[in-house]
Ligand binder design. Structure first.
Ligand SMILES: *Cc1c(COP(=O)(O)O)cnc(C)c1O
Length: 385
C-alpha cells in the first residue's frame, strides 16, 4: 500500500524520551514516564484520576468490573463499533444488548432512552430487562470515529437507575463537547469511567496502551490495585482479590508523553484535512463526507465517505477494490456486532439504521502525515473511477 489508512506519526520527542528510558534502564512497568503520562492525560482531559494500562481493551475490562457488572447482567452496547467493548462484556460473563446507531455512527440516544423506559422495570434501586429478567448494569457509549456520543440526554436517566456509564473514548482523544450541559468536557470524562486507547491506529499512540479515567478516588485506587495484580501487601505478597497484570510499561508511557505533546498539532492537521476532503468530495455527485455532531469539537480521527451507489454509479465494494488496485488502503465500517457469530443470539433493540450505514460507508486515509498529494490522489480516484 502506498497510502495507508491510519498510521502513527512520530516526529516529536519520542526518540529522546525512549532513549532516556534505555539509558537509565527504566524500561518496565515502573518509572517516571508512567507517572508523567498519567498526569499529562488527566491534565489534558481535565479529570482528577487516571490509571495507565496495557491497552484499551484491558481498560474497558477493568472499567466494567468496577461498574459492578456480574455474570448474567446485561450491558447496553452499540452494534456499530470495533468489537473490543462487546467482547469485554462477555469476559465478565455478562450479556450485551445491542443498540442501533445515529447519524454519526454512534449509539442512538433516543432509542436507548426508549429501551430503558419501555423495556425495563426499576425495582429496589436496580433495573431489569422485562423480556430477559436480567439486570441492566451498565452502558458503553463508544465515541465512534472520534464523534462524541449524544450523552447529555442519557446521563440523568442512567444515574437515576443505577446504570453505570462506561465511555469507550478509544477513538476520540481530543474530542470535547461544545454545547449544552456537557460543554467543555472531553469525551471520556462525562460518564462514570472513561477508557482511552493508544494503539497504533489511534490519533496518538504508545505502540499499545490505554488509560482509565474517573473523578472518583476510591474507584481510581481500586483500578490501580486491580491492574497491578491486587497486591494488598506488596512485600509479603498478600492478595485479597484476583488481580491482573494490565500495567503499562515506562517505554510505552515515554512514547505517550511525546505523542501527547504533539496532539494539539495533530488535531489541527486532522481538521484541516477533513475540510479539504469535504470541500472536494461535495463536488462529486453521489458522494458525501460524513458530518460530525454540532455539539462537539471533533478530533476528526477517521473520515467517513458516504456513498449513494445509484447516484454515484458504484457501490462500496467496487470502490474499495479500485482503491486497493491503486495502492490505497480503505476500510468498510466494522461488521454489525449483533450479527457476529458469538453474539447473534443476543438481544438487539430496533436496529434499523446501522445496516444502511454499514453498506454505504467507506473509511478513507486519515493519517496525520497524509500529504496534499495523497489526498489529491484519493480524490482523483473518486472522480475518475
Ligand atoms: C481500538 C479500540 C479499542 C481497543 O483498544 P486497544 O488498545 O486496541 O485494546 C476499543 N474500542 C474501540 C472503539 C477502539 O477503536
Amino acid at each position: 500500500m502506498t497510502i495507508p489508512l491510519s498510521v502513527p506519526h512520530l516526529s516529536g520527542n519520542e526518540w529522546k524520551y525512549i532513549k532516556e528510558c534505555l539509558d537509565t534502564e527504566w524500561v518496565s512497568s515502573v518509572g517516571k514516564y508512567v507517572d508523567r503520562f498519567e498526569k499529562d492525560i488527566r491534565e489534558y482531559v481535565g479529570i482528577r484520576y487516571s490509571v495507565a494500562c496495557m491497552n484499551g481493551t484491558a481498560a474497558l475490562q477493568i472499567a466494567l468490573s468496577m461498574a459492578g457488572v456480574n455474570p448474567d447482567d446485561e450491558v447496553i452496547v452499540p452494534t456499530i463499533t470495533f468489537i473490543a467493548p462487546v467482547n469485554v462484556v462477555r469476559y465478565l460473563g455478562a450479556e450485551p444488548v445491542f443498540m442501533d446507531c445515529d447519524l454519526y455512527y454512534n449509539l442512538d440516544a433516543e432509542k436507548t432512552l426508549d429501551f430503558i423506559e419501555k423495556e425495563t422495570v426499576f425495582q429496589n434501586g436496580r433495573v431489569f430487562n422485562r423480556k430477559s429478567g436480567r439486570r441492566v448494569a451498565a452502558i458503553i457509549p463508544v465515541h465512534v470515529f472520534g464523534n462524541a456520543v449524544n450523552l447529555e440526554p442519557l446521563l440523568e436517566p442512567c444515574k437515576k437507575r443505577g446504570i453505570k456509564v462506561i465511555e469507550d473514548a478509544a477513538e476520540s482523544m481530543g474530542t470535547r463537547y461544545s454545547k449544552g450541559k456537557l460543554a467543555g468536557k472531553h469525551t471520556g470524562t462525562a460518564g462514570d469511567i472513561g477508557c482511552y486507547s493508544f494503539n497504533g491506529n489511534k490519533i496518538i499512540t504508545t505502540g499499545g496502551g490505554g488509560v482509565l479515567v474517573t473523578g472518583d478516588e476510591t474507584m481510581a485506587d481500586k483500578m490501580r490495585y486491580l491492574t497491578n495484580q491486587a497486591k494488598d501487601d506488596p512485600v509479603r505478597y498478600i492478595h485479597n482479590e484476583i488481580g491482573y497484570n494490565f500495567r503499562m510499561t515506562n517505554l510505552q508511557a515515554a512514547l505517550g508523553v511525546a505523542q501527547l505533546e504533539e496532539l494539539p498539532k495533530f488535531l489541527e492537521i486532522k481538521k484541516k484535512n477533513f475540510r479539504y476532503y469535504q470541500k472536494n468530495i461535495e463536488k462529486i455527485p453521489g458522494l458525501h463526507l460524513g458530518e460530525v455532531p454540532d455539539y462537539a469539537d471533533n478530533n476528526h480521527w477517521m473520515y467517513t465517505l458516504q456513498i449513494d451507489p445509484v447516484l454515484y454509479g458504484h457501490n462500496r465494494e467496487e470502490l474499495m477494490f479500485v482503491f486497493s488496485e491503486n495502492g490505497i488502503q480503505t476500510r468498510p465500517v466494522w461488521y454489525l456486532n449483533h450479527l457476529q457469530r458469538p453474539y447473534k443470539n443476543c438481544l438487539a433493540y430496533r436496529v434499523e439504521r446501522a445496516p444502511r450505514m454499514l453498506e454505504t460507508t467507506l473509511n478513507i486515509p486519515c493519517s496525520v502525515n497524509l500529504t496534499q498529494e495523497n489526498m489529491d490522489e484519493v480524490l482523483r480516484i473518486l472522480k475518475n473511477v
